[in-house]
Design a binder for this molecule. Structure first.
Ligand code: J2J
Length: 542
C-alpha cells in the first residue's frame, strides 16, 4: 500500500519535469552516486565513514530489514539524535521503500504517540538512551496503539537481534533497491504546527530531491564542502537547505555535533576545518559573545559561510557576523512544507543583512495576500501565499485543515506575514499563525493549551509569545484556575504528560479571567499587548 497524499495537478507535474526539476530519481540516489568513492562522507562521535563505507552500511541495514518482510510503502517511526546512524537509517529505509518519519530527539511520549497514531508504523527505530525508550513500557503501549508495529530496532540496546548497530555492521552484500516511485511519498516531514494535533508533511522523492539539488547550486556546495551539522539532524533545515543531504549529493563531508553551542562547535570547526554550518539566531548571539569574550575567531578561520534561519535574525546581529566571525552570512527562510528562500552568495551586504532572501526556484510562485485573499502590491505587508515544484499540496490525511490553509488554486498560506520586493526578496515581518517560535523551535499554542486543560484545576488557558532578548520569543501561559496553582505544579504536570521540554511554558501567569473578543474567543492580541507593556515597564525589553 502506498502512502496517500495530495498530488500536484498533472499539468504542473509535466511542467516540472520538462523544466528539469523533477528527475524521477529516488532519494537514496544521493549517497549512492558516490558508492565507489573513498572520500570521507561522515564523521560522528568516534566513527567515520568514506562514501564506500557509508553505502555499505546502508546496504547492510537495508538487507537486514528486508529479511523481516516489510512491504513497500509501510512506514517507520524513527527517533535518533545527531549520530551517523540517523542518515544510514534514512537512506536504508528509502532504498527499500519504507517511509520514515523522523521525530526530533527532544520529542517525548505525547509527540511520538501522535505521530504513531497517524502513520501506523510497522517499524520503530529508537534509542534506549531516550527517556521514552529506556524501558519497554512505552514500546508496548505503541504496539497496542498500532497493531501494525511488529519490528523494533534500538541503539544502545543489549539484545543483539534488535540492536541497530549490529544490523548496520552485519553483512557485506549489495542490497537490491526497491524504493517507492519517485512520484510517491519518500518520507514524512514534521510541521511546526499551529493547531492541537501535530501535522505531517508528505514529501515525495521528486520534490525533495529538486530542492536539495537547487540548494546545492545556490550555496555552491562541492566535494570540498565540510559541513557541521549542529542543529537537530531530523529538522528540514540542516537536512535539506542544502544541509547534510546537499553535502552528500555534492560528495562533501558531514561532521555531526550534539548542539550548536560555541563550546561544542568551535573545536569541531577547528579540528575538521569546517567550511560551512547552519545556525538559528540565538546560537549566533552565543557565538558572537564567545568570540568577543575569548577572541576565539582564530578557531573559525576555515569557516567561509554561516547560514542563519529558522527564526527572525535582527539586522544588528546580522551586520556583526562578517566583521566578528570572519565569514559570510546567508539568511535562510524556509519551512518543512516546502518553500525555501536564500540570500545569494553574490548579493550585497544590504540584502544579506536586511532580507530573508528569495525563493530557490524561478517556478516558486510567491505572492502576498491581504486579509480577503487579494494580491497586494510589492512592499506591502501581508500573508505569504505559495505553490511550486517542492511545496506540498496538503498535510497528511487532513482534508479539513487543508481546506483552511490552501486557496482554491493550490496556494499554501504559511501563516507568515511578509513583504516582497519586485526582485522577489522577502522580509518576514510577523506571523499570523498561533505559534511560538522559541529560537527556531516551534510551539503550536493550541497543542499546549489542550494539554493544560486536562489539568483538573484549570478552567481556561492561553499560550502566547513573550519577547526574549536571546531566543527572540519564549512562551507564557495565562491560566484561569479553580484554586490557586503554582507555576512549578503546572510545569511538573506538563512534564508528566511527556512533552518536549522546549514546549513547557517559560512563564506562567495566573489571572481571574482572560480578555475575550467580540465573538467570545480569547483575545490573544490584547494579552500580547498587555505582556509587552508589562515587559517594557519592568525594563525587560527596549
Ligand atoms: C523568520 N522566520 C523564519 C527566518 C523560518 C530552512 C530554514 C528554516 C526552516 C524552518 C526550514 C525564518 N526568519 N529566516 O524548514 O528548510 C519561521 C517561519 C516559517 C517557519 C517554518 C528550512 N525561517 N522561519 O524553520 O518548518 O514562520 O522550518 O513559516 O521549522 O519558521 O518552520 P520550520
Amino acid at each position: 500500500m502506498l502512502v496517500e497524499f495530495n498530488h500536484w495537478p498533472t499539468q504542473l507535474e509535466n511542467y516540472y519535469r520538462q523544466r528539469g526539476y523533477w528527475i524521477d530519481k529516488p532519494l537514496y540516489d544521493i549517497p549512492d552516486r558516490h558508492r565507489n568513492s573513498d572520500q570521507l562522507a561522515l564523521i560522528s562521535q568516534n566513527k567515520q565513514y568514506s562514501y564506500r563505507q557509508f553505502n555499505q552500511r546502508i546496504d547492510n541495514l537495508a538487507s537486514n530489514i528486508k529479511k523481516r518482510k516489510l512491504e513497500l510503502g509501510q512506514t517507520a517511526l524513527v527517533q535518533l539524535g545527531n549520530v551517523a546512524e540517523f542518515y544510514i537509517v534514512f537512506f536504508a529505509l528509502l532504498k527499500i521503500g519504507i517511509v520514515p518519519l523522523n521525530a526530533l530527539f527532544k520529542h517525548q511520549r505525547t509527540e511520538l504517540r501522535a505521530y504513531a497514531q497517524q502513520i501506523k508504523p510497522s517499524l520503530l527505530i529508537a534509542d534506549r538512551n531516550h527517556p521514552a525508550f529506556s524501558r519497554d513500557d512505552f514500546i508496548n503501549e505503541l504496539k497496542i496503539l498500532c497493531p501494525t508495529l511488529q519490528h523494533i530496532m534500538l541503539v544502545n540496546h543489549e539484545n543483539s537481534q534488535d540492536n541497530l548497530i549490529h544490523l548496520i555492521e552485519a553483512g557485506n552484500d549489495n542490497c537490491v533497491a526497491t524504493p517507492t516511485e519517485a512520484t510517491e511519498v519518500a518520507f514524512f516531514q514534521l510541521s511546526g504546527g499551529s493547531t492541537g494535533t501535530p501535522k505531517l508533511i508528505p514529501r515525495t522523492h521528486n520534490d525533495y530531491y529538486y530542492s536539495i539539488r537547487a540548494s546545492v547550486d545556490i550555496c555552491h556546495f562541492t566535494s570540498t564542502t565540510r559541513y557541521l551539522c549542529a542543529l537537530p539532524a531530523a529538522h528540514n533545515y540542516p537536512m535539506s537547505s542544502p544541509g547534510a543531504l546537499g553535502v552528500f549529493y555534492a560528495g562533501g563531508l558531514v561532521v555531526m555535533a550534539d548542539n550548536p553551542s560555541p563550546v561544542t562547535c568551535f573545536p569541531f570547526i577547528h579540528d575538521h576545518q569546517i567550511t560551512v554550518t547552519s545556525l538559528v539566531p540565538p546560537a549566533v548571539s552565543l557565538w558572537l559573545e564567545a568570540v568577543k569574550q575569548y577572541g576565539h575567531n582564530r578557531m573559525l578561520s576555515s569557516l567561509t559561510l554561516l547560514q542563519v534561519g529558522g527564526a527572525h535574525l535582527s539586522e544588528i546581529i546580522a551586520r556583526r557576523i562578517k566583521p566578528e566571525l570572519g565569514c559570510q552570512l546567508q539568511q535562510v527562510f524556509g519551512m518543512a512544507e516546502g518553500l525555501v528562500n536564500y540570500t545569494r552568495l553574490d548579493d550585497s551586504e544590504e540584502i544579506c543583512c536586511t532580507t530573508q532572501g528569495r525563493p530557490i526556484s524561478p517556478d516558486d510562485e510567491v505572492w502576498v495576500a491581504d486579509i480577503k485573499g487579494n494580491k497586494l502590491p510589492f512592499g506591502e505587508a501581508g500573508r505569504l501565499m505559495t505553490r511550486g515544484p517542492y511545496t506540498f499540496r496538503g498535510y497528511y490525511l487532513n482534508p479539513q485543515y487543508n481546506q483552511h490553509v490552501f486557496d482554491e488554486n493550490g496556494f499554501y498560506c504559511s501563516g507568515d506575514i511578509i513583504t516582497q520586493t519586485a526582485q522577489g526578496y522577502i522580509t518576514v515581518v510577523g506571523r499570523e499563525k498561533d505559534q511560538i517560535n522559541r529560537g527556531g523551535e516551534k510551539i503550536a499554542a493550541e497543542e499546549i493549551e489542550n494539554i493544560l486543560l486536562q489539568h483538573p484545576m484549570i478552567i481556561h488557558t492561553a499560550l502566547i509569545p513573550i519577547n526574549d532578548p536571546l531566543l527572540g520569543e519564549k512562551s507564557c501561559a495565562y491560566i484561569v484556575s479553580r484554586e490557586p496553582i503554582k507555576p512549578e505544579q503546572l510545569r511538573r504536570f506538563l512534564r508528566e504528560q511527556g512533552i518536549a521540554d522546549y514546549k513547557i511554558p517559560d512563564k506562567v501567569k495566573v489571572v481571574n479571567q482572560l480578555p475575550l473578543t467580540a465573538v467570545g474567543k480569547v483575545d490573544k492580541r490584547a494579552l500580547r499587548t498587555q505582556l509587552y507593556i508589562d515587559q517594557q515597564i519592568k525594563g525587560e525589553i527596549e
